[in-house]
Design a binder for this molecule. Structure first.
Ligand code: HAM
Length: 425
């Protein structure tokens, strides 16, 4: 049997319903913020990612699907191509190529599509995965550098997460400075790391020299205590970066967007300047980042384009769907009790009991007095209820119910006063 390649997967119904629901909400919410769709190719010149994302990042140094594409005609050249590992570099390339800055307006672009990274597959981490992303960029005269753009994009993200119904996320925010002030921080970091280098993991020993900022991104548990004592980027931001970050935070406070500053969050791509952010979710285990992004004020120039500051993010759609599914399962908590009125006139009593139990937070469904007891038990089982509670005339008079544990089959009489405690055990 031929199977899907390691790290790739089929998305099947009914899961695809949830994917489509998410994408519908994305289009609705992003349109409200005046974003428009861009579709760039799934493969690009390798050089785009090497220059854009950075040679020394994990993505470029070890995770790209790259191949030599042989010339097929005298008019063609052999070239090195790569399946896109992310979409920001492609969007900025398109911005430059089509001279989108010429309108003088901000470009507010979004995309939904597959990305490819040769990572070790695990839950929430795939070799083909989907991103929902957005980028806002343009000439500085269009206001592309302003802190309000950063705040607007974060506000849009919270609106989207609200619209799809994701609860329990945390927004982590940081500023990684700019090309003017970061060298001093890099130097301080390099010096501090020199003293502790031999205690770090192999990757960090290499990064400590080539790209010290990357060290902060390390997830190896043994390295973490060492990082606590390293210099903090906030102490090295220049005046411009400091006021920019303060203004982003002030607007977020005004918009009541909750966040936590995390000075360790530098992100795994080299193009970031100033604001960086990630949203995490507790139900995702090790791969807890639902989305990440930040500002990239020098990227266009680095790719040979005009000055075009920008900021963007990408949501891991696979992870967003996983988090929503985990949440749904919690919401669809197994039915605790099936209340079964037995005999004429008992529906009212059953409804009263069900209401009391539900008010105490217990998931309850109710049968109907026209059901025979056998049918009620069968229904309770089909619904997966943990307990069946019989509400007949005798029970109502005695103020005690016959309660059957549907797993063990055991039946006991429980007084009304003890019922909640009994079900809770
Ligand atoms: P990134 O942090 O590399 O940023 O990826 C963004 C999100 O994509 C992650 O938070 C995660 O949810 C998801 N993701 C990444 N790798 C995988 C994987 N192997 N399997 C499943 N999901 C994954 C970027 O890609 C930047 N281009 C974001 C950006 C846009 N920054 C500015 N503009």
């Amino acid at each position: 049997m031929i199977k899907a390649v390691r790290g790739t997967r089929d998305l099947l119904p009914p899961d695809t319903e949830l994917w489509n629901f998410v994408e519908r909400k994305v289009r609705e919410v992003f349109a409200r913020y005046n974003y428009h769709e861009i579709r760039t190719p799934v493969f690009e010149s390798t050089e785009l990612f090497a220059r854009g994302v950075g040679e020394d990042t994990d993505i470029v140094s070890k995770e790209m699907f790259t191949w030599e594409d042989k010339a097929r005609a005298a008019s063609e050249k052999t070239q090195t191509l790569t399946l896109r590992p992310e979409n920001t570099a492609g969007v900025v390339r398109a911005y430059i190529e089509h001279e989108l800055g010429r309108s003088g307006l901000l470009q507010k672009l979004y995309y939904i599509g597959p990305q490819f990274r040769r990572e070790r597959p695990q839950k929430g981490r795939y070799r083909q995965f989907f991103q929902i992303g957005a980028e806002v960029l343009g000439p500085p005269t269009a206001g592309s550098e302003l802190p309000m753009r950063d705040a607007e994009i974060l506000d849009m993200l919270t609106a989207l997460l609200d619209a799809v119904g994701l609860k329990g996320w945390t927004l982590y925010l940081n500023s990684v400075g700019c090309l003017d002030c970061r060298p001093a921080y890099n130097q301080a970091l390099r010096e501090a790391l020199a003293g502790v280098k031999d205690q770090l993991c192999g990757d960090c020993q290499r990064r400590a020299e080539t790209n010290p900022l990357r060290v902060l991104d390390c997830k190896v548990p043994a390295d973490q205590p060492i990082f606590e004592k390293l210099p903090k980027i906030a102490d090295y931001l220049d005046e411009g970066c400091r006021t920019h970050f303060a203004e982003v935070r002030a607007i977020l406070d005004t918009l009541k967007v909750p966040y936590q500053v995390n000075e360790r969050m530098v992100r795994g791509l080299d193009y970031y300047t100033r604001t960086t952010f990630e949203f995490t979710h507790g139900d995702l285990g090790a791969q807890s980042a639902v989305l990440g992004g930040g500002r990239y004020d020098g990227l266009s120039e680095q790719l040979g384009g005009p000055k075009a500051p920008g900021i963007g993010f990408a949501i891991g759609e696979d992870r967003l769907v996983l988090a929503l599914q985990a949440q749904q399962q919690q919401a669809l908590a197994p039915l605790k009790a099936f209340v079964m009125p037995l005999g004429k006139g008992m529906n009212r009593h059953a409804m009263k009991l069900a209401k009391e139990l539900r008010a105490a937070g217990i998931a309850v469904d109710v049968s109907d007095e026209s059901f025979r007891l056998k049918k009620s038990f069968e229904t309770a089982e089909k619904l997966g209820a943990a307990f069946a509670i019989i509400v007949g005339e005798n029970e109502v008079q005695a103020g005690a119910y016959a309660v059957k544990d549907l797993k063990s089959g055991e039946q006991t009489t429980v007084s009304g006063g003890e019922l909640l405690a009994y079900l809770a055990d």
